[in-house]
Design a protein. Structure first.
Length: 133
């Protein structure tokens, strides 16, 4: 398995809060018959000193079962009341994990999330802004 943890700092203007409404990843999976690959992504908001908010991680999971060999795009719409703190600095803690398992014959299995290039990004976060009450 392979894990990636990214901390994205935000400074929200006074009187506003932010919500992640959609996360999109793209990559490649090559899984033989009898094998599998599992991709998980999660996020949560943390305080500026990296204390965890009381809310749980928002988690999305996708399973690829062999035989499969092609590019993939995973887009997850986020539902629920997962809003940032109102009008302050915070960090969006985003984690992703890929677990790849071959078949009983030990054939090669591979799954990747594409690296950053000049035209497209391997991960896209769609945001919604809202005035605080």
């Amino acid at each position: 398995s392979s894990d990636c943890r990214v901390q994205i700092p935000f400074e929200i203007p006074a009187g506003f809060r932010m919500q992640v409404v959609k996360i999109s990843y793209r990559g490649f999976a090559s899984v033989p018959s009898g094998g599998q690959a599992i991709f998980e992504t999660s996020f949560r908001f943390t305080e500026p000193d990296h204390r965890q908010k009381k809310q749980n991680f928002v988690i999305r999971r996708k399973k690829f079962v062999g035989p499969r060999e092609d590019l993939f795009t995973i887009s997850s719409k986020i539902r629920g009341p997962h809003w940032s703190p109102c009008g302050q600095r915070f960090t969006l803690l985003a984690e992703s994990r890929i677990f790849v398992q071959s078949n009983s014959a030990g054939e090669e299995a591979l799954a990747t999330v594409d690296s950053l290039d000049s035209t497209t990004s391997p991960a896209v976060y769609h945001l919604r802004w809202k005035k605080c009450r």
